[in-house]
Write a protein that binds this ligand. Structure first.
Ligand SMILES: Nc1nc2c(ncn2[C@@H]2O[C@H](COP(=O)(O)OP(=O)(O)O)[C@@H](O)[C@H]2O)c(=O)[nH]1
Ligand SMILES: [Mg+2]
Length: 374
């Protein structure tokens, strides 16, 4: 894996070896970690080396035909900041085939049961004959080292189903560009024919707003044991939600969960719905025991009927494209700015200078901006 000569062709020359682990691996039946026995050989570079370089047409046809190996490689292409022209040509080509899915964002504190819910809910939807894609958005993955293992193991059943596609968040956010990459990944999945896209927020903070701004419906998974709903960040998240499910309503938590549901329903009277003409719902479920999953789907269908009839659905998509434009623009400005070698050098120097308060901070910023314009 760490062999320099065997990195994918898009890896920059000076990149650290650690963060580039882009493999496409079929679901493994044998052992729990998917690496035991003979299957471990599938990971070897001998196999990767044989992969043929894909042309734009190969990517396009592969994605449109829902060839999941090519879809996964297309996502890798989008996630890398190299071959940006090729990646953007691909997006342009597939754009007419996008936009037809239901985009469902799912948030909640770590441990609330998001992944478990997605496993149960996704499997249920596949059972209804739907094609389901699962994506994760994790702006903090640079710090946490990504979440691939955690999510992979909890979605074992779903990942075995033919009509489900799971794409964990990229390992290491070192290359940045979460707003662009997550949306373009979503477009690729839509072009491949996935009808329902489930987007999990991973990590703490930040990702809620990104995911809200790319989903039609935003679901909050809550726990009965969670307190202080009206305070601080949690109130902020409740205000973004189109529906709340109190999860882990099983065992000795049933009564407490029902109390929580009643409490949250009360809370909705005092906060404004994020979606015009829609009153958010609150109900309970047990993702682990597969209870309340069909009910959740019925409630969500009610939402889509409502917003599609009222025109709020289309309006939201239009506004989201503008938001998307703005966030990709800021990401790109950021990226361009910091990839300038002169800026990088001066930045380090200024960081040092301002420590001693000899140089005013604003002046340091002005110097840096001037340097970038040279
Ligand atoms: N009792 C119970 N445990 C659950 C339920 N859903 C998830 N869990 C457990 O809660 C833990 C965290 O779940 P996970 O899906 O990884 O949470 P996430 O961090 O929000 O994605 C795991 O140990 C799950 O088995 C549920 O409905 N009932
Ligand atoms: Mg999770």
């Amino acid at each position: 894996m760490k062999n320099k000569n065997n990195k994918p062709e898009w890896v920059p020359e000076n990149a650290s070896d650690e963060h580039f682990t882009s493999f496409v691996m079929k679901g493994v039946d044998s052992v729990h970690d998917g690496l035991g026995g003979d299957t471990a050989m599938d990971f070897s570079f001998r196999n990767l080396k044989k992969r043929k370089t894909l042309s734009l047409d190969d990517y396009k046809n592969g994605v449109l035909n829902c060839d999941i190996n090519i879809l996964a490689r297309a996502i890798t292409l989008i996630e890398s900041n190299v071959h940006i022209d090729m990646a953007q040509s691909l997006i342009k080509e597939i754009l007419p085939n996008t936009g037809k899915s239901l985009r469902i964002g799912i948030t909640g504190v770590p441990g609330a049961g998001k992944s478990t819910f997605i496993e149960a809910f996704g499997s249920y939807l596949v059972g209804l004959g739907k094609k389901v894609a699962v994506l994760a958005v994790d702006p903090s993955s640079t710090l946490s080292g990504g979440s691939i293992l955690g999510d992979k193991t909890r979605m074992e059943n779903l990942s075995r189903l033919e009509n489900a596609f799971i794409r964990p968040s990229p390992s290491g956010g070192a290359l940045g560009g979460v707003a662009r990459k997550s949306r373009e990944t979503m477009l690729l999945c839509e072009a491949a024919g996935y009808e329902i896209i489930l987007i999990e927020t991973v990590g703490v903070g930040q990702s809620e707003v990104t995911v809200r701004s790319m989903s039609d419906f935003f679901l909050l998974i809550q726990l009965a044991a969670q307190g202080d709903d009206l305070q601080g960040i949690k109130k902020g998240v409740i205000e973004l939600a189109d529906g709340i499910l109190v999860n882990k309503c099983d065992g000795n938590m049933v009564e407490k969960s029902m109390m929580k549901v009643a409490e949250l329903r009360g809370v909705f009277h005092y906060i404004q719905s994020p979606t015009e003409g829609w009153t958010p719902f609150c109900d309970s479920c047990s993702a682990l025991e597969n209870k309340g999953i069909d009910n959740a789907w019925n409630l969500i269908c009610g939402f889509f009927d409502n917003v599609k009839n009222s025109g709020v659905f289309d309006e939201r998509r239009h506004l989201q494209r503008q938001e998307w434009f703005k966030s990709v623009l800021s990401e790109e400005i950021f990226r361009k700015f910091y990839s300038n070698e002169k800026v990088k050098f001066l930045y380090e120097q200024l960081l040092h200078e301002i420590k001693n308060s000899d140089t005013p901070v604003t002046l340091a910023v002005q110097r840096l901006l001037k340097e970038s314009e040279k």
